[in-house]
Design a protein around this ligand. Structure first.
Ligand SMILES: *Cc1c(COP(=O)(O)O)cnc(C)c1O
Length: 408
């Protein structure tokens, strides 16, 4: 590739993602370690209470991961063998894996141009066996929950939200967490807030909350002694074979402080996103993410799409070019239908997911996290523009050659 003079390369590598762990988090973890209470205890309870209040839900259940939370929510809604659950193909594999674990079938559907589950595709995929739909609030921007809920109600389906990217995100002025039967958040290291590994389920449904709580810890109920004996707190009863998916106080120590800082994290993410949007809006080779009305986008990700019809290199090469300029990046996600397990078991074909395929072919997530400086963002912008300039096609591929499948 042609090199140009104005190409000062960063001297250090900019990682794709880094968590913002402060001194308070470290102190709080140390406090847990010294207290002797290192598994689920008072801090996990407090974290649940604070998160519950943050999203204004009736219940919050802290769990070991978002994956575990999705599994528990689906189990508690009695999703089981032979049932069908509709999920978008442009998601992390665990959204589909948990459905498979239950003996149910993840029915993958296409997404729209905003990376969100396609409403028409949901409607087309509904059968007599369909029990639920799991919209994913991709990148931290809420799906159209009113439309999804209306559609689900019409067909008697449960809605469980995969809000792994979306702690703090809003839909129609209300934070996510109460827009459906159950909402599941992730506190994985790269997400908007982190407990290392961890997740939270929120719901307004009392009975569902109780069952999810019990399922998260072996199926044990501590209230049993009240009913069956006069003995005290050592007694418990197992009312169904639950899971070991509780959150520890060590994780909650992180969560308590991360939740307090979440609003400032989101503000910083939005500032950086705005910087990208402003600096790259006149680069037609890159399609930038759009903000939908009635949403507060928290920018867990900044996914751009390459116009591969205008560039001489493809997505994979673009990522390598970024790396040679010391810029980390990633791809969210390899559509689930492309993973060999799902492709083989369900005979999914790429042509069944034209939008997800077209998006995926040009998809790159730029680094975006609160620890990034303005200069870091400028380095990403500079590198991206430089790559575009150096690889711009002199003669763009006309749409009749690409069959209209270029990234427009
Ligand atoms: C990260 C992620 C998950 C899984 O979260 P964990 O807390 O790591 O289990 C689920 N869905 C999506 C869309 C994700 O990005």
């Amino acid at each position: 590739m042609k090199t140009e003079v104005d190409n000062p390369i960063r001297t250090t590598f900019l990682p794709f993602a880094l968590p913002s762990i402060g001194e308070e988090e470290i102190q709080e973890v140390t406090d847990s370690l010294r207290s002797g209470w290192i598994t689920t205890g008072p801090k996990a309870k407090t974290f649940e209470e604070q998160f519950r209040r943050f999203v204004n839900a009736k219940h919050a259940i802290a769990v070991s991961s978002c994956t575990a939370g999705l599994h528990i929510a689906l189990t508690a809604l009695n999703i089981g063998v032979g049932d069908e659950v509709i999920v978008p193909t442009l998601t992390f594999c665990s959204t589909a894996n948990v459905i498979e674990h239950l003996g149910a079938h993840p029915i993958l559907v296409d997404v729209d141009e905003n990376f969100q589950i396609s409403l028409e595709a949901i409607e087309k995929a509904i059968t007599r066996r369909t029990k639920a739909v799991v919209p994913v609030h991709y990148a931290g921007q809420a799906c159209d929950m009113d439309v999804i809920n209306t559609l689900a109600a019409k067909h008697g389906l449960s809605v469980i939200e995969d809000a792994a990217h979306a702690a703090g995100s809003e839909y129609k002025g209300k934070r996510l967490g109460t827009h459906s039967k159950a909402t599941v958040f992730s506190f994985y290291a790269t997400k908007n807030m982190t407990t290392g590994e961890g997740g939270m389920i929120t719901t307004d449904d009392d009975r569902l909350a109780e069952r999810m709580q019990i399922l998260s810890l072996h199926g044990m109920t501590r209230d049993a002694w009240k009913r069956y004996s006069a003995t005290s707190s050592w007694y418990y009863d197992v009312i169904e074979p639950g899971y070991k998916n509780n959150m520890t106080d060590i994780q909650a120590s992180l969560g308590l402080h991360q939740l307090r800082r979440l609003e400032s994290f989101i503000q910083r993410r939005k500032q950086l996103a705005l910087r990208y949007q402003t600096a790259l809006k006149d680069t037609p080779e890159l399609i930038l993410p759009t903000e939908l009305p009635d949403r507060m986008h928290t920018y867990h990700l900044f996914p751009i799409r390459l116009r591969t019809d205008l560039l001489a290199i493809d997505r994979d090469q673009f990522i390598i070019e970024l790396a040679t300029r010391n810029i980390g990046s990633s791809v969210h996600f390899i559509p689930v239908h492309r993973h060999s397990f799902y492709a083989h078991k369900y005979h999914y074909r790429s042509k069944d997911f034209p939008v997800a395929e077209r998006i995926f072919s040009g998809l790159i997530s730029f680094p975006l996290y609160p620890l990034m400086s303005d200069q870091d963002a400028e380095d990403v912008i500079h590198a991206a523009k430089h790559i575009v300039r150096a690889t711009r096609r002199q003669y763009p591929i006309p749409p009749y050659v690409t069959g209209g499948l270029c990234n427009k």
